[in-house]
Design a protein around this ligand. Structure first.
Ligand SMILES: [Zn+2]
Length: 169
């Protein structure tokens, strides 16, 4: 059984509620939330160690940033970025397709978001349109609020769940 908060493999999971989200977690993480269905705080004082964990995680992310590429993901608005980039150069979909040695239908689907470009295609498009189709994972996870306020418990849980989703599929 995998703890949904820290990812540890443990024999027993406890359902808890943290900021409205129900999670199955290990005993250690159970103190961060309220036991599901009981409505009482499992413990106070768990906050400190969670914040430590958060800090360690931040540090880890900062360190990994140095190594670059793996920390970049396809931007969710890649269809608009491609279209804007193409129109800025005054190219038709067909002309861009020719430049990229792709079919026109591929460009059309990309701009509608019907297909996601693979890494090779991303690089080709970025190169020919002089745009970036990628953004840093951290920015993708916490859009527009970097540095504006400290991460909350809810943010941390969302990040953990997103990470699991990415790793799991
Ligand atoms: Zn745990």
């Amino acid at each position: 059984m995998i703890c949904e908060l820290c990812g540890k493999d443990v024999p027993v999971l406890n359902p808890i509620v943290i900021e409205g989200t129900t999670l199955n977690v290990c005993r250690e993480c159970a103190r961060f939330g309220t036991a599901a269905g009981e409505g009482k705080r499992a413990s106070s004082g768990g906050r400190g160690s969670l914040e430590e964990r958060l800090e360690r995680r931040e540090r880890r992310l900062r360190e990994r940033d140095v190594f670059g590429e793996d920390e970049y993901v396809l931007a969710e608005d890649y269809p608009q970025r491609i279209r804007r980039g193409r129109e800025r150069l005054g190219l038709s979909q067909e002309e861009l397709a020719t430049k990229l040695a792709e079919k026109k239908s591929v460009i059309a689907k990309l701009e509608k978001g019907d297909i996601r470009p693979d890494n090779a295609l991303i690089k080709k498009i970025e190169h020919h349109l002089s745009i970036s189709l990628r953004e840093r994972v951290r920015e993708a996870l916490t859009p527009g609020r970097r540095g504006s306020r400290p991460l909350t418990l809810g943010d941390l849980i969302k990040m953990e769940l997103d990470k699991k989703k990415r790793e799991g599929s």
